[in-house]
Design a protein around this ligand. Structure first.
Ligand code: SIN
Ligand code: FE2
Length: 216
């Protein structure tokens, strides 16, 4: 399919203090990123995690890197092993790391050293409720979030759950980076609308790169 916007130059939009949207920043590498996602998922498959409260999350998740985000009976944690396979999470592909470092730099965060990458897969109607990314042992590093495939509406609020929400359409190739004053801002994804994307069919994929601050 001819994509008239394939060669569109990326641009930036300020989101909040410490937060920026790098529009289309991942477009040029999207195919390679998606191939690497498939490789990770062939080792540590996508699964719907169950929260400590017994709620099955609608988003399907896997991880790569030294640490991976997971749930267990007691809470949320960064584990060195995939609890489903009993093996370490797949290593973070060099392409992932290099991309995340470049995105962080473009957003004003030099020296980003991610050790965890959570991979989310959204099917139609899948959502991610409002939450803070607060399971990391350090809050000095930003979160780098990459959107691939179907568009979604991202909610971005403030430090309190009740703070007003901005609603932002995130499209294929968009990258959101938040750190500094907005590192703990509440955020979420509204239920995905049905659609077809030439690279991901009926899905949206999201990568979030994190520095856990936990030793190996
Ligand atoms: C997340 O908050 O972990 C993911 C956000 C997204 O899917 O864009
Ligand atoms: Fe999050």
């Amino acid at each position: 399919m001819l994509d008239l916007f394939a060669d569109e130059e990326p641009w930036q939009e300020a989101l909040a203090d410490g937060a920026v949207i790098l529009r289309r920043f991942a477009c040029a590498e999207a195919g390679e990123l998606l191939t690497a996602i498939s490789a990770v998922a062939s080792v540590s498959p996508f699964r719907q995690m169950v929260t400590p409260g017994g709620y099955t999350m609608s988003v399907a998740m896997t991880n790569c890197g030294a640490r991976g985000w997971a749930t267990d009976r007691h809470g949320y944690l960064y584990a060195t092993q995939d609890p489903q396979t009993g093996s370490p999470w797949p290593a973070m592909p060099a392409l992932f790391r290099a991309f995340a470092v470049r995105a962080a730099l473009a957003a004003g965060y030099p020296d980003f050293r991610p050790d965890a990458c959570l991979i989310n897969r959204y099917a139609p109607a899948t959502k991610l409720s409002l939450h803070q990314d607060k399971d990391e042992a350090t809050l000095l590093a930003p979160i780098v979030s990459v959107s691939l495939g179907l568009p979604a509406i991202f909610q971005f609020g403030g430090l309190r759950r009740n703070d007003p929400l901005k609603r932002i359409l995130l499209e294929h190739g968009d990258v959101v980076v938040w750190g500094g004053a907005s590192r703990l801002f509440y955020h979420g994804i509204q239920p995905l609308k049905e659609g077809h994307h030439p690279l991901t069919d009926a899905f949206r994929y999201n990568l979030t790169f994190r520095t856990t601050g936990l030793s190996e």
